[in-house]
Design a protein. Structure first.
Length: 326
C-alpha cells in the first residue's frame, strides 16, 4: 500500500455493513456495493470493513438473474452493524414482508445507519421512514413512488448521502456511493486506489442525474422538442393537446409536427400516447393499484378507452397484464 494512502487512513474501528437481500434483488447493485469494501481492505492492508448478508429464510436469496447467494442471518436475528442496506430489485412491491419491515424499524431504533440500494428505498418508504426525505431510487421505479409515496422528496440523483437515510439508485450508482463513503471515512487517496483497482475511471458525484438529458438521449439540441417533451411529462395525468403545446412554446402546430417527425420519426400525439402507455405498463407491473386508478393517473378518462388503447399497443388488456404481473 502506498505511503500516502497509509498516512491518510483514519484510525477507526472496523465498520460493519449488513445487507438485507430481498428476493429478486439486483446482482449488479450488490456486486457494486460489496466489491469496493473488499478492495478497500485489500489495498489498505487493513480490515477496514466487514460485511454479512441476511434474507427472509436466513439461508439464501435469489437475485433477478437467477443466481443464488448464501446468507448469514434471517431478518429476525440480525447481528450488530454500523450500516444496514436494504437491497432489492424487480417486483419490490410484492417483497415487503412484515419481518423485513420490522427488521428495518428495529435496527433504526438501535441507532444503525439505514440505507437502501436500487429499489430498496421502496422498503424504507413502506416502513414510514422517507416522508419529507430527499431520496434516490432506480428511475424505473419513479412512477411507482410518485403514486404510492407522494410525500417522499424523490430525486433523480445517482445517490443521496447527506440525509439521515442513505439511498442509491442501483447498478453502478452503488459503487459511486461506496467510493464516496470510503473517501469520507479514509480519504481520497484510498477511494482513488479502490476505483483504480475496479478500473472505474470516473466515480460520479451524488448530484449527477441517473438518466441523460433529453438533448443527450436523442442527440439533439432543438429547444422546441425539448420543451414539448417536458410539457408532456408534466401533464401525464391531464394530457394537453399538441396545439396547446405548440402555442405555449411559440410555434405552430404544423411546425411542432415537423420537428417531431424530423427528430423522433413520429407525430407529437403518438409520442405522447406512447409515453402515457409506458407509464401505465410500469404501474400495472409494479404497483397494486387498480386498472381504473392506473388509467386515470395516465390520463385516460374511462376504463374502456384505456383498455382498447392499451390492447392495441401491447396486444394484451390491462386486466390481463395485471393478472400476469401478480
Amino acid at each position: 500500500m502506498g505511503t500516502a494512502i497509509r498516512e491518510g487512513l483514519n484510525m477507526k474501528k472496523t465498520e460493519c455493513f449488513l445487507f438485507l437481500l430481498v428476493e429478486n434483488f439486483s446482482h449488479l447493485a450488490f456486486s457494486c456495493a460489496l466489491e469496493p469494501l473488499r478492495i478497500a481492505n485489500l489495498v489498505s492492508g487493513e480490515e477496514l470493513y466487514k460485511w454479512s448478508f441476511a434474507s427472509e429464510d436466513g439461508v439464501q436469496a435469489t437475485c433477478s438473474n437467477g443466481a443464488v447467494t448464501l446468507v448469514h442471518h434471517d431478518y429476525k436475528s440480525l447481528p450488530k452493524s454500523d450500516h444496514l442496506f436494504v437491497l432489492s430489485g424487480i417486483h419490490v412491491h410484492m417483497s415487503h414482508t412484515s419481518n423485513l419491515l420490522a427488521a428495518v424499524r428495529r435496527e433504526r431504533t438501535k441507532g444503525v445507519q439505514i440505507g437502501a440500494l436500487c429499489s430498496g428505498a421502496y422498503i424504507l418508504a413502506k416502513a414510514g421512514m422517507l416522508d419529507g426525505v430527499h431520496a434516490a431510487v432506480h428511475w424505473e421505479f419513479h412512477d411507482l413512488f410518485m403514486e404510492e409515496f407522494p410525500l417522499v422528496d424523490l430525486c433523480r440523483n445517482v445517490f443521496v448521502a447527506d440525509e439521515k437515510f442513505i439511498t442509491a439508485s442501483g447498478g453502478t450508482a452503488s459503487a459511486d456511493l461506496m467510493l464516496y463513503l470510503i473517501e469520507r471515512a479514509h480519504g481520497a487517496d484510498l477511494a482513488i486506489a479502490v476505483a483504480d483497482q475496479m478500473v472505474y475511471t470516473s466515480a460520479r458525484e451524488a448530484t449527477v442525474e441517473q438518466r441523460a438529458s433529453i438533448q443527450s438521449r436523442y442527440g439533439m439540441r432543438n429547444s422546441y422538442i425539448v420543451e414539448a417533451i417536458r410539457m408532456m411529462v408534466d401533464a401525464i395525468e391531464d394530457p394537453v393537446s399538441p396545439s396547446f403545446i405548440a402555442a405555449k412554446i411559440g410555434i405552430s402546430t404544423r411546425q411542432l409536427e415537423r420537428v417531431f417527425g424530423r427528430y423522433l420519426n413520429c407525430s407529437p400525439g403518438k409520442y405522447y400516447m406512447d409515453m402515457r402507455l409506458q407509464k401505465a405498463q410500469k404501474l400495472l407491473i409494479q404497483t397494486e393499484l387498480s386498472v381504473t386508478e392506473i388509467g386515470l393517473s395516465c390520463g385516460f378518462g374511462s376504463s374502456g378507452h384505456f383498455s382498447r388503447i392499451y390492447r392495441a399497443h401491447y396486444g394484451i388488456t390491462p386486466n390481463k397484464q395485471l393478472t400476469k404481473s401478480r
